[in-house]
Design a protein around this ligand. Structure first.
Ligand code: SF4
Ligand code: SF4
Length: 242
């Protein structure tokens, strides 16, 4: 069932230029019908697949109140961006319908307004992230920039047990083909540099060059590596990727 008129695909709206019923002229707008569709390609595991990815765990709680979409930052700019509707499609297993919006689902800006508004603790922001991740893992869309950023961040944590912000940003820009010298970034660096105590600046410069590791990081790293591999195997199995 489609709850919102804006979600009816234009190709399913039918009108008659000339239609008279019982002597009443209902041509044009008055004879608008919505063509019925038959969906046969359900993916009965779709909800389980999304729930297996980080952020999607609570999708089953959704009761379709629409508070997430009403509060959504991106929906205010683009009504086609509709978390409630996508959660509905996922829960119904309507994969082909979901794929029609594959080019905008990644646009979630992670503002978490939906998460604050949700009365069922679904964490819709997490579901959007899990759905974007699912699209990439299934090969329906390229890896999103948000996933590339997360991977860069995780790689550094695993390698050293620490985060060096400058390196994360440099590598993220390089991997996503963005120039490093961006006006907003230059401005941030200038303002931080103006207020940064000299000793702190020296420490940061040293860390950027020598990439120190957290103390006794070896064992923690091995445990973290094991956990990440285990999670990846669980996700690949849930999504039937092997
Ligand atoms: S986190 Fe994403 S889905 Fe939620 S309100 Fe913000 S933009 Fe919309
Ligand atoms: S606010 Fe929560 S319960 Fe309501 S439609 Fe969105 S995800 Fe579902």
């Amino acid at each position: 069932m489609i709850h919102e008129k804006s979600l009816i695909r234009p190709e399913q709206l039918k009108t008659h230029d000339k239609l008279v019923i019982d002597g009443v002229d209902v041509s044009g707008h008055w004879s608008t019908f919505v063509e019925a569709r038959v969906v046969t390609d359900y993916n009965e595991r779709l909800q389980d697949e999304i729930a297996a990815l980080p952020g999607g765990e609570y999708i089953h709680r959704c009761w379709q109140c629409g508070s997430c979409t009403n509060s959504c930052t991106v929906n205010a700019l683009n009504p086609d961006f509709n978390p409630r509707f996508w959660i509905y499609l996922i829960r119904m297993g309507m994969e082909s319908e979901l794929l029609r919006d594959k080019d905008i689902i990644w646009q979630c800006v992670s503002c978490h307004k939906c998460t604050s508004a949700c009365p069922r603790d679904v964490v819709p922001e997490g579901v959007m992230k899990a759905t974007a991740h699912w699209l990439a893992l299934k090969g329906h869309s390229p890896k999103s920039k948000s996933t590339i950023f997360d991977e860069e961040f995780t790689e550094q944590v695993v390698a050293t047990g620490k985060i060096e912000d400058g390196r994360v940003i440099r590598n993220f820009f390089a991997k996503t083909g963005q120039p490093l010298m961006q006006d907003w970034l230059v401005e941030i660096v200038k303002r931080v540099a103006r207020r940064l105590p000299v000793l702190q600046g020296l420490k940061m410069g040293w860390a950027a060059v020598f990439r120190p590791k957290a103390r006794n990081w070896g064992r923690a790293r091995a445990a973290l590596d094991d956990y990440l591999q285990e999670q990846e195997a669980i996700q690949r199995k849930a999504l039937n990727l092997d």
